[in-house]
Ligand binder design. Structure first.
Ligand SMILES: Nc1ncnc2c1ncn2[C@@H]1O[C@H](COP(=O)(O)OP(=O)(O)O)[C@@H](O)[C@H]1O
Ligand SMILES: [Mg+2]
Length: 447
């Protein structure tokens, strides 16, 4: 980060300059084309004016003004006549109509947005995904009304002559930021050159987001591992060097080294759990599990940890057997992660309660649900953090989490396990008022 301010005059961005030049060039070309197509009219008006001046009916000045006005009107006023090429394209011809409707049927079957243009860039047809992408896309309108990227428009104007398909990237910031790969393919048959143009769009946004997430995940995991590793290496070097003969230093360093090694083990265990759950994400669990059994097991294992950290744990049970389709070990891990968080981030000497509630079904179609809430009386979590808590490595306070042996993966594992169980996690918290993490699971079908 730098605080320097650039005081030089704002330069035109190169892209903008290029686009402006391009627009001027296109305008001049159109002007010349209009004058050329009206050349005969200009010549005739010039001859009439000259004749009137020669006959003495008109002054030279007036004649020049009238002539200049005529030329300007030819060059600048919008024309009523339709471009003959465009007219030919839009006129229904039995052959092109048939092939176009075949193309239309094919385009409708494709999952990606497809737009068929005539050689001048006018929209002949488009499929439903394309209409979904561009609300203002209409048959008969020019493609530049929806995609204005100069590279794309150049590819469209070059397509009828080039016979080559061209792919350009089209980025949009509003209404939502997205990047698309647009392929402009001229449709040629044999030696026939001036055919229609097919525009295929592929949304790159989702793929790029997943790639970014993967890269971030690897960077985060390596960073988390590197920190304890470099601390361990530092201690090893000190013990080999300056503190070689210092039993006091060895006594002090060894427990810290052991803690750094267990931090690495915890992180690797958490990464392995996460990858195991992710691998099974699409296979819903088939075993029947009684949630009372999971609650009992959780109490047995966690009560001692609570007492060790000077807190109390109270575990409720469902009044009747609470059967769900689930993986017992994974459900136990959900409760462990939530209770461990409540113990870690709750107030020292505080109280953690596990509540168990059955929510009966409302009708025949819906199933009843079981809600297990882990409630603490700790400092709570500010609202802006709540939506991000289940992201991998997301922590409200990184130092406090590390200090307490956290990896930042506990709630990500909870979320993945619940996704696999078609369950849900709800978090309610107010700073100063404690937090409640509620797990919802569907009742198993009877029989
Ligand atoms: N009961 C809680 N009270 C306050 N903050 C919590 C609680 N549970 C989770 N958090 C916050 O959510 C973050 C993510 O939790 P988690 O994914 O389990 O990672 P960690 O390994 O840090 O515990 C924690 O770092 C903490 O900031
Ligand atoms: Mg945790």
């Amino acid at each position: 980060m730098t605080n320097q301010v650039d005081h030089s005059a704002p330069a035109l961005p190169p892209g903008l300059l290029w686009r402006a030049l391009h627009a001027v060039r296109r305008g001049l070309r159109e002007l010349a084309a209009r004058l050329w197509s009206s050349l005969w009219q200009v010549v005739i008006v010039a001859v009439i004016m000259a004749a009137l001046v020669a006959l003495g009916d008109l002054s030279v000045g007036l004649a020049l003004i009238a002539f200049a006005s005529f030329v300007a009107s030819v060059a600048l006023l919008p024309r009523q006549d339709v471009d003959p090429l465009l007219e030919a394209e839009l006129r229904p011809s039995p052959v092109s109509g048939r092939s176009r409707s075949a193309m239309h049927v094919m385009a409708e079957a494709l999952p990606d947005p497809v737009i068929l243009l005539n050689r001048t860039g006018q929209v002949l047809s488009c499929n439903a995904p394309a209409r979904g992408l561009f609300a203002s896309l209409r048959e008969g309108s020019h493609i530049s009304s929806v995609i204005r990227t100069p590279e794309f428009l150049d590819a469209v104007s070059a397509a009828p002559k080039s016979r080559r398909s061209v792919t350009v990237i089209y980025a949009e910031r509003v209404p939502v930021g997205r990047r698309m790969e647009v392929t402009v393919a001229p449709l040629t048959r044999g030696s026939e050159r001036d055919g229609n143009i097919l525009v295929l769009l592929r949304d790159l946004t989702e793929g790029e987001r997943i790639n970014q997430m993967r890269a971030d995940f690897i960077a985060n995991a390596s960073h988390e591992l590197r920190t304890p590793l470099s601390s361990l290496r530092g201690f090893i070097e000190t013990l080999q060097g300056t503190a070689k003969e210092d039993p006091g230093a060895r006594e002090r360093f060894l427990p810290i080294m052991a803690e750094q090694a267990s931090r690495m083990t915890r992180l690797i265990d958490a990464l392995l759990s996460l990858s195991r759950v992710e691998m099974n994400a699409h296979v819903p669990p088939s075993n029947l599990v009684d949630l009372n059994d999971v609650l009992g097991h959780a109490r047995d294992t966690l009560e001692r940890i609570a007492t060790d950290s000077g807190m109390t744990l109270e575990v409720e049970r469902f009044p009747k057997a609470a059967i769900v389709r689930g993986d017992r070990d994974e459900l136990l891990q959900v409760l462990q992660n939530l209770v461990q968080n409540a113990l870690k981030y709750g107030n020292s000497g505080g109280h953690v309660r596990i509540e168990a509630k059955h929510i009966p079904s409302l009708g025949r179609q819906t199933r009843g649900r079981y809600a297990i809430s882990v409630v603490d009386d700790g400092p709570g979590i500010a609202a802006e953090h709540l939506p991000r808590l289940t992201e991998r490595f997301y922590r409200v306070d990184v130092d406090s989490s590390r200090e307490k042996g956290g990896t930042g993966l506990g709630l990500a594992i909870v979320k993945h396990i619940l996704n696999r169980h078609r369950g849900e996690l709800a978090v309610a918290s107010k700073p100063g008022k404690g937090s409640t993490f509620t797990v919802m699971l569907n009742e198993a079908h009877a029989g």
